[in-house]
Write a new protein. Sequence first.
Length: 140
Amino acid sequence: MEKTFIMVKPDGMRRKLAGEVIKRLEAKGFQLLAARVLSMSRDMASEHYKEHQGQDFYAGLIKHITSGPVLAMVWQAPDAIEVARLLVGHRNPLKAAVGTIRGDYASISAENLVHAADSPEAAAREIELFFPDVKYDSKE
């Protein structure tokens, strides 16, 4: 079993798609370990997206992620990181396959509904940031 971090972004929350994200993950066999709704501060957003600092899209990314509440979650499943990324779809909704969350519900890159950790290192860092009481073990 592997843990991963998944977050419904403010656009997904505004569009009331959190339930759809949860439904798809549960249908795929994922187990929800932790969840919380919060509004991210600029400091937390900067820490979460620190690998993108200096990129031309960074300011817009921070503005978007702090524009409303998010649903932060820790999920567990076999190969959770890879499978979750496949379920979420390409970060550019125009390239996301039909049947993926972004392919079915998103239409612009700046508002692509959901974030999913892209590596065990990212999952560990993101889980620690949002859920300091949840222990991350890449494989359990």
